[in-house]
Design a protein around this ligand. Sequence first.
Ligand SMILES: Nc1ncnc2c1ncn2[C@@H]1O[C@H](COP(=O)(O)OP(=O)(O)OP(=O)(O)O)[C@@H](O)[C@H]1O
Ligand SMILES: [Mg+2]
Length: 252
Amino acid sequence: MMENNSENKVPILEIKDLKKSFKDNSVLNGFNLSLYKGENLVVMGKSGSGKSVMIKCLVGLMQADSGTIRIKEQDIEILGREELDLLRTHIGFLFQGSALYDSMTVRENLEFPLRRHKKELHLKQDTEVLVREALKNVGLENTIDLMPSELSGGMQRRIALARALILKPEIILYDEPTTGLDPITSKEIIQLMRNIQATYNTSSLIITHDMDCARVISNRMILLVDGVNYAEGTYSELSRSKDPKVQAFFKN
Ligand SMILES: Nc1ncnc2c1ncn2[C@@H]1O[C@H](COP(=O)(O)OP(=O)(O)OP(=O)(O)O)[C@@H](O)[C@H]1O
Ligand SMILES: [Mg+2]
């Protein structure tokens, strides 16, 4: 569990005053976020509020207009390519959808991050061992030679999770981990995310509009409204809020 004196600690990941517009569509208007070690932080916002844009800025898939992003006390703006690549080995990313490579087997999908970061990793272990371990974590060892098209949506999501975990990242970013899954499969994915956090003490940033997921997994939540962190607190704190914009999240 997260300790309460987080104010005194240095965040493992920090976003300050992030701004991003597309022509006249200003999506992020000064968004702030601090993620602490071992914490599950949920960011909620309605569709189109900028959650994916925020996470893409975080991983460098998109360039913010202004603001700072610090990961493991390093300002990503000023890092060179090699330093950035090294930093990326500490971050697992579960994309919205599953985003497995359709033309690759499960094994090849999982080997991909290992190969990509070969230089930084100085791998001593055989990749096969790492692939099997990652698959075991998500309970899908027997799918190693299958193609993504041979798997159900829930299984694909689990394989994507295994791929995000294979480098044993300190930080995991989840973009809508349960969207599009039936309630039972969603619960399984959430349980898996909790197991991973408990086993590896990872820090997770979880983007979702699934309130059940948020309730079960979050230590703390941020509500993204109008491009800013409109409200922050635990699930139970926010659920008791009298603010109509906050209350809107809890109605269904
Ligand atoms: N590459 C892009 N070019 C132009 N506009 C974009 C681009 N990417 C995102 N946007 C716009 O930014 C806004 C936020 O999009 P984003 O994908 O971050 O929403 P989201 O909160 O992740 O929504 P969802 O819950 O549906 O995934 C939207 O208005 C979208 O049209
Ligand atoms: Mg999105």
